[in-house]
Design a protein around this ligand. Sequence first.
Ligand SMILES: [Zn+2]
Length: 56
Amino acid sequence: MAETSKRHCPRCETTRAFVRTARTTMELGTKVKWRCPECGFSVVNIEPGHSIEAPA
Ligand SMILES: [Zn+2]
């Protein structure tokens, strides 16, 4: 079940389909880690409240 999200990668300097590599539920919300499949650049995103994933 691979989930991806289109994000701008500062290393590739273009938009990539980032792959979700980790998900941690916290009090503030859900911490999600995304990784660029091209260069390996990773970014952590906090999704507050409900874990509804809306397109950016
Ligand atoms: Zn990249």
